[in-house]
Design a protein around this ligand. Sequence first.
Ligand code: HEM
Length: 549
Amino acid sequence: MFALIFKAAIYVLLAFAGSALLIILKHRLRHRCLWKIPGPSNPSFVWGHWYHMFNPYAYPFHEGLYKTYGKVARVYGFLGDIQLVVSDPTACNNILIKDQVIFEETEAFLVSNREAFGPGLFSTLGSPHRKQRKLINPVFSISHMRYMIPIFHGVTRQLRQVFESAVADGPQEVNITGWMGKLALELIGEAGLGYSFGTLEGQNDQFCKALKEWVPTSSSLMVHRNLFPYVCKIFRPKVLKFLGKLTPWRKLNHFIELTEIMNANTRRIYEMKKKLLESGDEETVKQVEDGKDIISLLMKANVTASEGDRLSEEELLAQMTILVLAATDTTSSALSRILHILSLHPEAQEKLRNELKGACEANEELPYDQLVSLPYLDAVCRETLRLYAPVPGVMRTARSDVILPLSTPIHDNDGHEIHEIFVPNDTNVYVQIYNLNRDPSIWGYDAAEWKPERWLAPLPESVVEAKIQGVYANTMTFIGGARSCIGFKFSQLEMKVVLSQIIPAFRFMPSKAEIIWRFGGVSSPSVKGSVESFHPNLPIIILLQIHPE
Ligand code: HEM
């Protein structure tokens, strides 16, 4: 009897392995046309280049691909899967904008985000995604941004007070990215959820910790996340979560725990708001009626929207978590990078300070129109976001066969010049935002240098000719098209408010530590040689501007 069961199990396993092999073989044969695209050899039959592409020290690999193979390279994924890495401007425009319905978010991204947060902007496609964007877009309009400014100034004032007491007795070395993380979380908390996390008053509850740790933990699981859709085909998500908690894999256990904490707390805030609203609580009713914070606005818009346009409770909850996550690490990374670069360029820091001091003479907290009209402040933001895109790249999957045109022809492995690439259905394509934004054929010989002045003169013809269709500053930092960053104006304003308050008040100087910016879903700083930790670290010396040097 036992032998019979054993035999049957072996047959079932063999049948599984056989059909998996057949599927892989069919896939590889369909992708054989990509073999002729130049690229590095496969370092591992199982993992391909995944570890090379997605580890925290992957920047040199991506730069190397660009230097060696140019704007398109062929790399390997899981079990020999052939993928493309692209930074050609025309190809990127096609992938992210013109053919965005063909090049969709990967299954790994969609499935893992759906299981983690529910049906929000990160996990929907097509008409559900369009419906959500339609309702959420007005919240990020310029007219609404004007309402946000007092919230941004108020939160930044708290940070200024923290810095003032820290450096009252002289210069101090602080982990600037730690503070930018707390600031960014409080900014989206108050402006997004109408909720104070109290991070700048020293609070660090479970929810704050989970929000701070989620992106770094998720980045460290980036390679394994690619396996998620395959595993989901075998186990139901609930079973998977149960198994995930049981396995002795601490990083995965921690990731599941962080996700649960975040979802439970978002629901708590939502329920609290809903209950107060239902009970007629004056302050909450006013908050929702005024629609100052994003969720209040969405709740209000949901009431007046037609049946078909309305978001379900599940969708609203998913947006809440996603907005907080999408806003925190990106903004913190961008602000940290600006302060880091300004500490290394004291003359630029002084120039910015002079511009801001001039503008702040009459009004310490600049109103919207004045803030957005400061040319050097704008140039510093644009140049930093061009050269150091906080999100270094995005992955897409072709959902049908498609032709990808190139702005610069490449030579295939047989030496033939090709102007377009046939991309078969189911090919993963990685758009290298980082390399595209610093392409010397677009930005000139000094493309890799930080020069805010380039934005104070008309841009070179080559930038105009490249026709990059990103939503921001001829770059793909916030990408473009229907999946472009919904919060890009919000983040611009946050950055400008923060800089307008802290640059005139403090001076920023580099510490002795050597800083490495780590690759990930969002780039983050760490100190070279320090014990490896998820937590970003950027020591910078701060002194009061009036303090005698
Ligand atoms: C410097 C700061 C930021 C950068 C560099 C940035 C960059 C990006 C990028 C590259 C994407 C596309 C991701 C993909 O397609 O895989 C994206 C999407 C998104 N971002 Fe941002 N972001 C920033 C700040 C923000 C802020 C402040 C918010 C919210 C207040 C936000 C909300 C979102 C959302 C919801 C999406 C998904 C949009 C969709 O799929 O429809 N981001 N962001």
